[in-house]
Design a protein around this ligand. Structure first.
Ligand SMILES: Cc1cc2nc3c(=O)[nH]c(=O)nc-3n(C[C@H](O)[C@H](O)[C@H](O)COP(=O)(O)O)c2cc1C
Length: 338
């Protein structure tokens, strides 16, 4: 129904406008009596065998929504009705910011991909918290970043502000240092600044009555040497795990005209590389920490491949746009088939 009817209409319009329109539509229809229950009845796959315990948290199923879709925590309750086992909100920054000038989101239809250079547009962490207080029991990841105006030398304080503010409202944290759309952000992936940043957050975490899992989200463009550094850093700082991967700056093998746009590429062209990163991290670390696998999952088999490569959970973004909510159900059903 989505691919046949809805997608052809939605894909006629500007992608960012469609994003906000879809949010309004989902929010509106979810308020109509029984509609939320009908959506759940269609999409949610409930089965004990889908449940996962990862970094001390219980997931209803291993298929989550990746960061960037519900940046401002505006629709997580309704989105969870489509069958997601968890929703990652953000990237949130301490202060609200507009992000990059529009147009900044591009479909690459013939490549089943997206290029975005949103630049952490968000209403700031405090505004998101007001909405997170309305959580109906959804398992939430809080993806945090720094404001564009904050220099890298002061970045830690931005992450600390977001961590402290969100602490009571999210189940796990994601430290995002891998977006290509905030100038110089990815330099924070270097060993020294990254260790300092994660250690600061982990030390803070350990002062809490109950520490929360902190994960690091990495780019798919890291070299094997840098990935080995990541393993060392995770083990040294004892953070809970890694999300692999964010969008790529590579443009290999694309056919769409929009391939010339600046920004991060997601979707099918990323499938293979992100699975490679997952496999490398899993093997070289001897599975010493959990990995959430994300990047180019467009079919149930893509998800299974990531799980087989060493991911404990998976997340979707671009595949959700191209395939619709049926993809979540297909993945969960395929997992059940074994
Ligand atoms: C429009 C758009 C915005 C995104 N925003 C964020 C973000 O704010 N923070 C983040 O960590 N990842 C962000 N991502 C990256 C996704 O979470 C995901 O890691 C990436 O798109 C690869 O998965 P996919 O191929 O399933 O889309 C964004 C992706 C897209 C397409």
């Amino acid at each position: 129904m989505y691919k046949l009817l809805l997608r052809p209409i939605l894909f006629c319009f500007d992608p960012e406008k469609v994003h906000y329109f879809t949010f309004s539509l989902v929010r509106f229809i979810s308020k109509i009596p029984f509609v939320a229950s009908i959506i759940k009845a269609i999409y949610v796959v409930e089965d004990k065998r889908l449940e996962r315990e990862v970094f001390g948290l219980k997931f209803k199923n291993p298929v989550g929504l990746a960061a960037g879709f519900d940046k401002d925590a505006k629709l997580f309750n309704e989105l969870s009705d489509f069958g997601f086992g968890f929703i990652e909100i953000g990237t949130l920054t301490p202060k609200p910011q507009d992000g990059n000038p529009k147009k900044r989101l591009f479909r690459l239809k013939s490549d089943s991909a997206i290029i975005n250079r949103m630049g952490f547009n968000n209403g700031g962490v405090e505004a998101a918290i007001l909405r997170l207080k309305q959580n109906n029991g959804v398992l939430i990841g809080g993806n945090i970043g720094k404001n564009k105006v904050t220099p890298n030398e002061e970045a830690t304080s931005d992450y600390v502000i977001c961590f402290e503010a969100l602490y009571d409202y999210v189940d796990y944290f994601v430290v995002n240092v891998s977006s290509p759309n905030t100038p110089n952000l990815r330099e924070l992936q270097e060993k020294e600044p990254l260790t300092k940043l994660l250690q600061t957050l982990q030390d803070l975490n350990n002062t809490k009555v109950k520490a929360k899992p902190i994960l690091l989200k990495i780019a798919p463009d890291l070299t094997n040497e840098q990935l080995l550094d990541i393993i060392d850093i995770v083990n040294e700082t004892k953070i809970a795990g890694v999300i692999a991967t964010n969008t790529t700056i590579s443009r290999d093998g694309l056919t769409s005209e929009n391939k010339v746009e600046m920004g991060g590429l997601s979707g099918k062209p990323l499938t293979k590389r992100s699975t490679e990163v997952i496999r490398f991290l899993s093997e070289k670390s001897n599975k010493s920490f959990p990995i959430i696998g994300v990047g180019g999952i467009h079919t149930a088999d893509d998800a299974i491949e990531k799980l087989n490569a060493g991911a404990s959970l998976v997340q979707l973004y671009t595949g959700f746009i191209y395939e619709g909510p049926q993809l979540i159900k297909n993945i969960n059903k395929k997992i059940l088939q074994g």
